[in-house]
Ligand binder design. Structure first.
Ligand code: MN
Length: 704
């Protein structure tokens, strides 16, 4: 800082040291160590002199009874504003629940209303507090770390100060999930020599390629931040051992042209992984971040993540809005405008939800911002739905999405998200994407992923069906695929349809491109005339085992209290549709109602066709549910004396309870009876029906 008056800085140091002298940190060190560390972080962020002095003095008003007038007199109004701002923030009671994100951000913006440097000083303050968190009680460690993750990390991210953001995240992980943190640390340390030589090798291969094309560049390799690895593990549901890519590479060049040149060289020297290239130079992130991202298959057939950026982009990526002071002359970073405009609005607005509406308008420039339940911010385009959000979180979250809660309330999948919404995705392992989803989603990422998935599932299904059909048909002729393959008996059909192997045969057969008969026809050794009685038996057996399979899989996730299990939801209110009154065993579907939980209808119910596709949710009968369900049956009989009691006795004799019975005479000497009975499930219902049907006088039995 050749142009600055460092005397003022030195004066501030002595001033702070003198006032903090009686105090000690929890670590036992002299208190002045803390403001010095804060100032050091601010220097690293290349902040201006006022901020650095503000950092040195940030605790003196609160902790040392120094008067505001004194600071103003000695260090000027700007420093005073920073110190006062920091003091104010330290008195804010933040809510840590996800619902109050808007409120937290409001408080923060109010605090930075006068000067955004306040927030940056506060971030530096929090950084040192987190670095020395081991000296406070366990309870306080968790509280502080959670608050940091909820409030300071999103803020650092929004302001684009990635160096602070990443370090804070790693520190939060260390105190919130120490077991994860230390295992990752161990894993990274264990392979240190391997890693270093691997980095060295990769860097030199990449560098060689780049110099071949005379691109001036610096190449670095580094371990990734623990928190980003942790998040990857969570998102993908994988274990430590499955985490492969602990490293990331970065190429730094002089100018933007060289960035793209670099990319060209990389992509022509190594195979790029599809879908992994991102151009944040042409379209910077909202926090001004710029870089090219790509993943390629490296020299040892492993994935390599590479970021390409200029030195200036790097500076902005690391320091974000702080870089404004560094590049004061040239550009005006958008962040600053963002903050300024927010402050304008904030002067006239009181409630936090109203405030968030206004914030939304500003944030909408690049799309909308929504929060994950843990406070992460996702940027999506206008009109984006919970499904888009789910796919933005992770493909696996998207494909398994069965519903969503926005700000704690169930919403239909086609709900339009708004900035500030907190979205919780409900997932189920059994879920698969449907074609209807394509009508709902607004982002191309989600659309592509859904299409890919549908195709994949269709293929798998076709393959499976094909294999099953063929094996079954062959079994009836006393043979199987394996032995026919050995004898090359499929060659004729392969040739006929230009197929390579049995897998392709399955696919085409399953897709209905040709029939089993066609295949059997083309197999020389098959005798065609045997159609057996066995086939029937086999069919019945298969049906039985299939039913069992479905039943056991449903059992897994069942609780006892609900008749119906809604995937991904434990405690949701479930009601049976009055129109169709489903009983266990009926094929059913759930509908999300407005504020009244989920209503269950049978597939055949008229209502099913009237309700929008997007409100459907997958549900299963709960096999553990032991209570009985009412069901109505209508019985038409020849009108003979004593018929009602004969039917009733018959039902009772099978230990089925009749709740009510209504009898009516019809013309033509017929009688009509409406029974309300209680059954365990659909098969018991069928049993009752067959008992009544077997009676001589009975004409028809139907469900009513
Ligand atoms: Mn402090």
């Amino acid at each position: 800082m050749p142009d600055e008056d460092l005397d003022l800085f030195i004066k501030a140091y002595h001033f702070a040291e003198k006032h903090h002298r009686p105090q000690k940190r929890s670590s036992g060190e002299p208190y002045i160590i803390h403001p010095m560390n804060v100032a050091a972080t601010l220097i690293k962020l290349k902040m201006d002199l006022q901020s650095i002095i503000g950092g040195l003095l940030h605790d003196v008003v609160e902790d040392c009874d120094v008067s505001e007038e004194e600071i103003q007199k000695l260090f000027g109004t700007e420093v005073l504003d920073i110190v006062v701002g920091c003091t104010k923030i330290s008195k804010i009671k933040f809510k840590t629940k996800e619902e109050s994100q808007a409120e937290n951000f409001r408080k923060m913006v109010v605090a930075m209303a006068k000067d955004i440097r306040v927030i940056i000083v506060k971030l530096a303050d929090r950084m040192h507090n987190m670095l020395t968190l081991q000296y406070v009680s366990k309870e306080k460690q968790v509280k502080k770390a959670q608050e940091t993750l909820d409030i300071y990390v999103p803020l650092a991210s929004r302001l684009g100060i990635n160096s602070v953001k990443s370090e804070l995240e790693d520190l939060c992980l260390r105190f919130l999930h120490p077991e994860v943190y230390y295992r990752l640390a161990e894993k990274v340390a264990m392979k240190k020599t391997d890693r270093e030589s691997y980095i060295k090798d990769t860097v030199s291969v990449v560098q060689e390629k780049l110099s071949e094309y005379s691109v001036n560049s610096e190449v670095y390799g580094r371990p990734k931040h623990f928190y980003s690895i942790y998040k990857k593990m969570q998102n993908r549901g994988v274990d430590f051992d499955q985490i492969q890519d602990l490293l990331a590479f970065r190429i730094m060049v002089e100018n933007i042209t060289d960035c793209y040149k670099c990319l060209g060289v990389i992509h022509s020297s190594f195979t790029p992984v599809p879908g992994r290239f991102k151009d944040y130079i042409a379209i910077p992130k909202v926090n001004n971040y710029q870089s090219l991202h790509t993943t390629v298959i490296g020299p040892k057939a492993e994935r390599i993540e590479i970021q390409i950026r200029t030195h200036e982009m790097h500076e902005i990526a690391e320091t974000g809005v702080a870089a404004h002071w560094l590049y004061k002359e040239g550009k005006s970073p958008r962040n600053l405008k963002w903050v300024e405009e927010l402050m304008e609005y904030n002067r006239d607005i009181k409630g936090s939800s109203e405030f968030m509406d206004v914030v939304k308008n500003d944030l909408d420039i690049g799309g909308i911002f929504v929060f994950t339940p843990t406070g992460d911010v996702k940027e999506l385009r206008h009109g984006a739905t919970p499904l888009d959000f789910a796919f933005a979180v992770h493909t696996d979250v998207g494909t398994r999405c069965v519903g969503a809660k926005v700000n704690g309330k169930m919403v239909p999948l086609k709900y339009r998200l708004k900035s500030g919404d907190t979205v919780e995705v409900l997932t189920s392992k059994n879920q698969t994407p449907s074609k209807d989803w394509l009508k709902i989603v607004k982002t191309s990422r989600a659309r592509t992923k859904i299409k890919q998935h549908i195709l994949k599932i269709e293929r798998e299904k076709n393959r499976e069906v094909g294999e099953e059909l063929l094996e079954k048909a062959l079994k009836e002729h006393g043979t199987n695929v394996k032995s026919l393959e050995k004898k090359k008996e499929f060659q004729k059909i392969y040739d006929q349809h230009n197929l390579k192997n049995i897998e392709e045969l399955y696919l085409h057969l399953g897709a209905g491109r040709f029939s089993v008969a066609q295949i059997l026809d083309a197999i020389p050794s098959i005798d065609f005339d045997k159609v057996t009685e066995e086939e029937k038996k086999r069919k019945e057996k298969r049906l039985e085992s299939l039913t069992k399979k479905i039943q056991t899989s449903a059992k897994k996730s069942a609780h006892r209290d609900n008749a119906v299990v809604v995937d991904g939801l434990d405690d949701i209110m479930v009601r049976m549709g009055k129109c169709c009154n489903p009983i266990p065993g009926d094929p059913i579907v759930g509908f999300i109602t407005r504020g009244r939980g989920i209503t269950i209808h049978t597939h055949s119910c008229q209502r099913v066709h009237e309700i929008e596709e997007t409100r459907k949710i997958e549900v299963h009968w709960n096999p553990a549910y032991a209570f009985r369900h009412p069901v109505n049956i209508r019985v038409i009989t020849h009108d003979k004396p004593g018929i009602l009691s004969r039917i009733s006795n018959n039902i009772h004799s099978h230990s089925i309870n009749i709740k009510s019975a209504i009898a009516k005479s019809l013309p033509d000497m017929k009688g009509s009876f409406l029974f309300e009975i209680e059954v365990k499930d659909y098969s018991e219902f069928l049993k009752v029906v067959s008992i009544i049907e077997a009676m001589e006088e009975v004409i028809s039995v139907t469900r009513a």
